[in-house]
Design a protein around this ligand. Structure first.
Ligand code: TXA
Ligand code: MG
Length: 316
C-alpha cells in the first residue's frame, strides 16, 4: 500500500508524523533543500529500515537533523569555527561534520560507525516543527531511491518510495532545490565535502578558503559516489543544442525544451533542476542534453549534480 500524503497545513499533520517517528516509523518531510526521509536517529532498527528502503549502502552515513545548537550539543563537539558557522547560517542549507560525543544518542549505523556526525538545522517550518515535536534528532537522507534524482515535491517521493515508508508530509515545492552544502570542521580547518544549497563564497566569507575533500589531511566524504542524481536517460553536458533524439535542458539564452532560468539566475536554476530532469526523463528521450551553467555561486553545486548525473552508471 502506498504511503498516505498529508499536507503540512492539516492541523493533525505534525502530531501524526511525530507519533509515527516516535514509534520507529519512516516519514518523508519537506525541507528547504529537498524532501528528506526522516527516522529516529537513536533507533538502530529504524535506521536499518531506512537504508533498506532507499537501497543505500550502509557505509554512507546520514545527516542528523536538529532544532538548533542546543540539540546539536547532545551529539557533537562544537569547535569555535563551527559555532560561528552555525550562528551565521543556521537554520539553513549548511550541514556540519563534527567530532561525535562519546555519549551521543545516535545509532552507530546512522553515522556508519565513524567518529564524526553530520548535523543540519533545517529552515523549513514543517521540518522544524516535526523535530521539535519528536524532541530527538532525526536522520534524513534525501527521500529517493539511492542513486536517483532527489525529490523536490511530495509526488516525487511517492513515485520513488511510496510503498516503503509510513507517511509523506506534503509541504509543496522545496525552495532551494539542491541538498545542503556539507562542511567538515576539525579545529580551525574547514573542508567542503559536498557543494550545495549554500554557495561556497558565502561560507568562505566566514571560514576563509575551504579545503578540498581528498586533500591529504582532509576528512573523506564516504557518500560522494561518482554516479548519483541519475535520471533514467543518459545525460550529456555543455550542449548548445539538442542532437538527434535528444531533449535539451536550457539555461539563459539557450532556450531548450525546458529552461532552468531564462534570466540566467542560478538560484532559480537550482530550485528547478531536479524537477526539470524528472520532467524531461518522463518525456522519454534516451538522452538529456544540458546547456552550460556558470560555475560560481550555486552553479558549483548545480554542476556537481549534473556531472554525477552524467557519470557512467556502472561505477557505482
Ligand atoms: O539537504 C540535505 O542535506 C538533505 C535534506 C533532506 O536535509 N539531506 C541529504 O542527505 O542530502 P543525504 O544522506 O542524501 O546526504 C548526506 C551526505 C552524504 O554525502 C554523506 O556521505 C555525507 O553527507 N555525510 C554524512 N555523514 C558524514 C560524516 N560523518 N562524514 C562525512 N560525510 C558525511
Ligand atoms: Mg541523497
Amino acid at each position: 500500500m502506498s504511503a498516505t500524503i498529508l499536507p503540512v497545513s492539516d492541523p493533525n499533520a505534525i502530531d501524526r508524523a511525530a507519533e509515527i517517528l516516535r514509534g520507529g516509523g519512516l516519514v518523508a518531510m519537506p525541507t528547504e533543500t529537498v524532501y528528506g526521509l526522516a527516522g529516529d536517529a537513536g533507533n538502530g532498527q529504524t535506521v536499518a529500515r531506512l537504508y533498506a528502503a532507499k537501497g543505500r549502502p550502509s557505509f554512507n552515513p546520514l545527516i542528523a537533523h536538529v532544532t538548533g545548537v542546543a540539540m546539536a550539543q547532545r551529539l557533537v563537539e562544537i569547535p569555535p569555527l563551527a559555532r560561528k558557522l552555525m550562528d551565521t547560517f543556521w537554520p539553513g542549507p549548511l550541514t556540519l561534520v563534527l567530532p561525535k560525543r562519546e555519549d551521543a544518542p545516535i545509532s552507530d549505523l546512522a553515522n556508519a560507525g565513524l567518529d564524526t556526525v553530520a548535523i543540519r538545522c533545517p529552515a523549513h517550518t514543517a521540518a522544524r516543527a516535526l523535530i521539535e515535536a519528536v524532541d530527538r534528532p532525526l536522520v534524513a537522507p534525501s527521500a529517493n531511491p539511492s542513486g536517483a534524482v532527489s525529490p523536490t515535491r511530495a509526488a516525487h517521493v511517492a513515485e520513488g518510495l511510496g510503498e516503503k515508508i509510513d507517511l509523506i508530509l506534503d509541504g509543496g515545492e522545496c525552495p532551494v532545490g539542491l541538498e545542503s552544502a556539507v562542511v567538515a570542521v576539525t579545529g580551525e580547518t574547514a573542508t567542503l565535502l559536498r557543494p550545495g544549497g549554500l554557495a561556497r563564497e558565502r561560507i568562505e566569507a566566514v571560514t576563509g578558503p575551504l579545503h578540498a575533500a581528498g586533500e591529504s589531511d582532509a576528512p573523506a566524504s564516504p557518500g560522494m559516489l561518482k554516479s548519483h542524481y541519475a535520471p533514467g536517460a543518459a545525460v550529456r553536458l555543455n550542449a548548445t543544442e539538442a542532437g538527434a533524439g535528444e531533449l535539451l535542458l536550457g539555461f539563459g539564452t539557450i532556450e531548450g525544451d525546458i529552461n532552468l532560468s531564462p534570466a540566467g539566475d542560478l538560484g532559480e536554476a537550482a530550485a528547478r533542476l531536479f524537477s526539470a530532469l524528472r520532467e524531461l526523463d518522463a518525456r522519454g528521450a534516451p538522452t538529456i542534453a544540458v546547456a552550460p551553467i556558470p560555475g560560481h555561486g550555486l552553479g558549483e553545486a548545480i554542476n556537481d549534480r549534473l556531472r554525477r548525473a552524467a557519470a557512467p552508471r556502472d561505477t557505482q
